[in-house]
Design a protein around this ligand. Sequence first.
Ligand SMILES: Cc1cc2nc3c(=O)[nH]c(=O)nc-3n(C[C@H](O)[C@H](O)[C@H](O)COP(=O)(O)OP(=O)(O)OC[C@H]3O[C@@H](n4cnc5c(N)ncnc54)[C@H](O)[C@@H]3O)c2cc1C
Length: 385
Amino acid sequence: MKEGERILIVGAGLSGAVIGRALAQEGWRVEIVDSRAHVAGNCHTERDAATGVMVHVYGPHIFHTDDAEVWAYVNGFATFLPYKNRVKTTSGGQVYSLPVNLHTINQFFGKCFRPDEARAFIGALADRTIADPRTFEEQALRFVGRDLYEAFFKGYTQKQWGCAPADLPASILKRLPVRFNYEDNYFFHRYQGMPEHGYTAMVERILDHPNITVRLETDFRRNARDGFAHVFHSGPLDGYFDNDLGRLGYRTLDFERFTHDGDYQGCAVMNYGDLSVPYTRITEHKHFSPWEEHEGSVCYREFSRTCEPGDIPYYPVRLVKEKAQLADYVRLAEREEGVTFVGRLGTYRYLDMDVTIREALDTARLFMERRAAGAAMPAFLKSPL
Ligand SMILES: Cc1cc2nc3c(=O)[nH]c(=O)nc-3n(C[C@H](O)[C@H](O)[C@H](O)COP(=O)(O)OP(=O)(O)OC[C@H]3O[C@@H](n4cnc5c(N)ncnc54)[C@H](O)[C@@H]3O)c2cc1C
């Protein structure tokens, strides 16, 4: 059944690599194409030649998950070393701890509150006149009041999304974004770490299978599908259809790279909440590998803006207009036979790495089940809407 059958995968990021590996292990011949000159997609890491620092080329990537199977999976292809993401923010000329926690609150208001006192204090600041918050701004004001909102949420959000928080939906801020203890570990997940030799080395190992062929610097075109039993497409959904229904909106990032002798900022990620500072954050890459020692340092200033043709799409916008357009693309995709759209670009969703791997494993399993049953594979594992 599988003898001689070939599978085409567009994209050698985590989605493509994990699906490819699972199918290759079951005997399919897998061809993977990627337009870039390297594998690992947006998780790509490479050592800076001058300093030896492992650089997260497309922005900082921290692995965190509650999914035991996914954690075991990545540990099968890389040694993960302990790493806790502790983010700081500079706001109004002071440095604070994020996410907003008891330390942030006490420092910001010049207090020595215990947890219950802080809870009552923030509760009193919260704007209870807003009964039914419709925007991000209203939601934040209702949760934390104006002072904390303006210092820690307003400027950063505006820079990140390129529009006023009053124009963003309340759904972006689902829960109270404040902790009433001193826990500053950014992620709550049970497993957290960094691959010792970077993500690219891990993805290279996932792809290292005799049934897998990878062709880099190769753009996928729809007419290249012929001769393949199935296509898994982890490139942009709109790009697959030559943007026939218009371009789905994305935010892109510009990284302004600079080097420094010694330690530039003393932490991996420093956010900048003030609108007077044009960038959203500075990343100092050597702090992502705390087990290594480097004299020099490589840093990125990160700027967010609207994604134009030719830019790298980073964050899907997914506001009302984009969701309507997405629904049209989903209809087109569902009429396309023999193609499954996967990953962050193929499904137009923000996906963390662990979710990407989970969905890739599930996609490969579903494909094998469907093939065994002689049934067709759906265009999407889950609806992207
Ligand atoms: C700034 C930023 C920070 C992030 N930080 C974290 C984090 O800390 N922790 C976390 O868990 N997740 C993080 N993520 C999410 C993470 O990047 C994704 O989970 C992951 O990249 C998804 O992998 P993918 O294979 O679906 O997509 P990608 O990595 O984008 O891979 C898709 C690949 O397809 C290729 N491609 C596209 N179109 C074509 C075409 N037409 N022909 C050929 N090749 C094509 C691309 O070149 C790319 O290599 C972050 C994302 C961003 C944007």
